[in-house]
Design a protein around this ligand. Structure first.
Ligand SMILES: NC(=O)c1ccc[n+]([C@@H]2O[C@H](COP(=O)([O-])OP(=O)(O)OC[C@H]3O[C@@H](n4cnc5c(N)ncnc54)[C@H](O)[C@@H]3O)[C@@H](O)[C@H]2O)c1
Length: 487
């Protein structure tokens, strides 16, 4: 070993010393692989290093280590293979394909459990909670011919007005698609149609585009009560602008006629009374109500821009205050608040001195008006409302007597930009649509009071929403969606 080391050093030195390509020196050198020769040879670097190792004392150790390592490794591998073999035959071992199989079986079991729950549930629930109809007990629908039946999209169809419109369209025999993000809408409003082959419910936000095949679009999606639309004003603006653009895009692509539910709020605090469609309005563009009022005004603008530019068919309904069953108990609107306060014997709160006027129409009249407008040739904006005008104070008195309540009427500070007067001129609707309201306010109130009494019975106390911006309250919903009920 020592000799080899010395030789190595010597030959290295020689090689360095004779770097001048001296043939004599090369010839004299022993025929042994020296470092310079190794470096000048051509094999790849790794191979060279390997050879170099072989020349060192360490290489002997490596080689000797390898000589006993191989059998040991082989032996270990053998033991491992035998162990795996026995394990695979024992109960403890579960292969990946077996795991997948077990997961699939479990998923199937849970799906079956849910399905049988859904099938059995309506029969096990008390009839009062079941809602008006379930599964094969739908309200009657007309049998329209293929040629007359349309696919009708109702955005905001799970809301107060939307759900009544859906009822009417379903009863007429159309295929109805409800699209709603459930911000203020509730599934219980359309619960009685779930499972009907002509009814489809899509949870979707109109601010996002959607592709559907439809013949008509009623575009209602937008919160309508001031505390709710003021809760997230930017979202309200987006809903009225981007949401309407998306629906217009859909209408244009499918060739569908589209109706927008605009509002009497486009007249703002009006200087003309009663308000005709020709009146341009008096809206504060930066006030707390602007997100809704201006949003609807822009939506109208877009409707007519598309009509003029895109040869589309559009309809615009300017809706005045509407009331009826399925109003959200916490929407903070005049009718719902007064009724809830009156039947609970709480103070009836008027914001302002109560001299401001409102005209209220029953929801059935509105729905008739919307359908008449959609299917009419007149395409300009049309007021849909009941000209039966009340001061807010008189209306509070009417609610108090209709509910036989002992509540006190109290007055609070007025709210900003609250319109002073509101009454529709419906000459145009009468002329063009042959439409006018037929339900007297007092009769409509009977139905609405009955509805609120029912809500109160199911939920217990209801605290009405004040005028400040607030999120729709999801208090214990008396009729949660069927899927979510526990067994
Ligand atoms: N009820 C009235 O007195 C009245 C008066 C004037 C105009 N309007 C208009 O009629 C329409 C319906 O009003 P309503 O009283 O039924 O109100 P509502 O709040 O009960 O219904 C609105 C529906 O739209 C849904 N919605 C809101 N934002 C949405 C979004 N971004 N995407 C999808 N769905 C969304 C809500 O969840 C709800 O189901 C609204 O366009 C409203 O501006 C109503």
């Amino acid at each position: 070993m020592l000799n080899r080391k010395t030789e190595w050093k010597t030959s290295s030195r020689q090689a360095v010393g004779g770097a001048g390509n001296e043939p004599a020196a090369s010839a004299a050198a022993p025929r042994r692989r020296t470092l310079p020769r190794l470096l000048s040879s051509s094999p790849p670097r790794r191979k060279r290093r390997h050879r170099l190792l072989e020349m060192t004392p360490r290489s002997a150790h490596v080689i000797s280590t390898r000589s006993w390592a191989m059998p040991v490794i082989m032996c270990l591998l053998g033991i491992l293979t035998v162990k795996v073999f026995f394990l695979s035959r024992s109960d403890e071992y579960v292969s990946s394909s077996r795991v997948q199989e077990m997961v699939e079986v479990e998923v199937q079991r849970r799906v079956q459990q849910q399905v049988s729950l859904l099938n059995s549930e309506p029969h096990t629930l008390p009839s009062e909670e079941r809602g008006p109809a379930v599964a094969n007990n739908f309200p009657p629908t007309a049998d329209l011919s293929e040629k007359d039946r349309m696919r009708v999209l109702v955005t905001g169809g799970a809301g107060f007005v939307g759900s009544h419109l859906v009822d009417a369209l379903m009863k007429m025999g159309h295929d109805v698609i409800v699209l709603d993000n459930f911000f203020t809408g509730r599934q219980k409003n359309v619960q009685h149609w779930i499972g009907h082959p002509s009814f489809h419910l899509i949870t979707h936000d109109v601010v996002e585009p959607i592709k559907l095949e439809v013949d008509q679009i009623y575009h209602l999606a937008c919160p309508a009560s001031p505390p709710h639309y003021q809760y997230n004003p930017i979202k309200t603006i987006k809903t009225s602008t981007q949401g309407t653009l998306n629906m217009l895009g859909l209408a244009k692509r499918t060739g569908a006629r589209m109706l927008l539910t605009s509002t009497s709020e486009v007249y703002g605090d009006p200087e003309e009374h009663p308000q005709r469609e020709t009146y341009w309005g008096n809206v504060n563009p930066i006030g707390p109500r602007a997100c809704y009022d201006e949003g609807k005004r822009v939506a109208e603008t877009m409707m007519y821009a598309y009509e003029n530019q895109g040869e589309m068919e559009v309809r615009v309904a300017r809706i005045f205050n509407t009331f009826g069953p399925r109003m959200h108990p916490n929407d903070g609107r005049v009718v719902s608040n007064f009724i809830i306060q009156a039947i609970q014997g709480k103070d009836i709160t008027i914001y302002g001195d109560g001299s401001q006027t409102r005209s209220f129409q029953y929801v059935d009249d509105l729905v008739r008006g919307l359908i008449a407008l959609m299917n009419n040739n007149y395409s300009g904006p049309v007021n849909i409302g009941n000209p039966d005008e009340y001061t807010v104070k008189d209306f509070a008195e009417l609610i108090k007597s209709s509910t036989e309540s002992t509540s006190k009427i109290i007055f609070m500070d007025g709210t900003k930009d609250d319109p002073n007067k509101r009454k529709p001129d419906i000459t145009l609707a009468k002329k063009e649509l042959g439409w006018e309201p037929t339900v007297a306010v007092k009769d409509g109130l009977v139905e609405t009071i009955k509805y609120f009494r029912g809500e109160l019975k199911k939920t217990g106390e209801i605290i009405p929403t004040g005028p400040d911006a607030s999120k729709p309250r999801n208090f214990a919903d008396p009729d949660p969606p069927r899927q979510l009920r526990s067994p």
